[in-house]
Design a binder for this molecule. Structure first.
Ligand SMILES: N[C@@H](CCC(=O)N[C@@H](CS)C(=O)NCC(=O)O)C(=O)O
Length: 201
């Protein structure tokens, strides 16, 4: 399999964390890419019209995106249980949706800063996206959806989202107002799939 890769993309990280938990990392060849919402990377677009990472090309040559589809595919070929079928399924999927939504808001705020020309930037847009981040963190702190140490797509996605906050939004100091999530992450974040760093060969 081949994965269009970016070392800082939290969605790529989610896929690699799943691959790590499933013992599939060695089967994935990482491809260099430069995903950007304006300067679209033609090499990714050739496989995925949206031009985004992660994009996975299977051994059969099928392009899969987005991260949710890729993670479910990896879980299936790895014979895993990262997408619970019975108890806990909807909590796990809701957690993934919340974590991904938090990340979507982060990316929209960040693109406003780094992709939009300065004269066109809108502080209200950035503020509204960071409001979503704050609301998502408040929901996690309140336990809706529930966060525990079970390894599934929801907890892995949440870990990747918190890692991205530390990487790109350290000024939010999210731990200060969210002691329960901070305690959860102190334990869950020590998993090898969460600490691993992937780079291009
Ligand atoms: N919903 C997608 C989001 C992927 C995404 O937005 N990736 C960013 C990089 S972190 C990207 O490729 N941006 C380029 C663009 O927006 O065109 C997923 O879960 O894979």
């Amino acid at each position: 399999m081949k994965l269009f890769f970016s070392a800082t993309s939290p969605y790529v990280r989610k896929c690699m964390a799943c691959a790590h938990e499933l013992g599939l990392v060695d089967r994935i060849q990482l491809l260099p890419s430069k995903a950007h919402p304006i300067d679209r990377d033609a090499t990714i677009v050739a496989a995925n019209p949206l031009g985004k990472v992660p994009t996975l090309v299977t051994d059969e040559g099928q392009a899969l995106y987005d991260s949710r589809v890729i993670c479910e595919y990896l879980d299936q070929i790895g014979g895993g249980a990262l997408f619970p079928q019975n108890g806990g399924r909807w909590n796990a999927l809701a957690l993934q949706a919340l974590a991904d939504g938090l990340l979507d808001a982060c990316l929209l705020a960040r693109y406003e800063d780094v992709a939009r020309p300065e004269a066109l930037q809108w502080a209200g847009w950035r503020r509204a996206q960071l409001d979503k981040v704050a609301a998502a963190l408040a929901a996690l702190e309140a336990g809706t959806p529930a966060l525990d140490q079970t390894v599934h797509i929801g907890t892995l996605a949440t870990g990747c989202a918190l890692g991205y906050l530390d990487l790109r939004f350290p000024e939010l100091a999210w731990r200060d107002r969210h002691p329960k999530i901070a305690a959860w992450w102190a334990a869950f974040g020590a998993r090898p799939s969460m600490t691993a760093v992937w780079t291009l060969a």
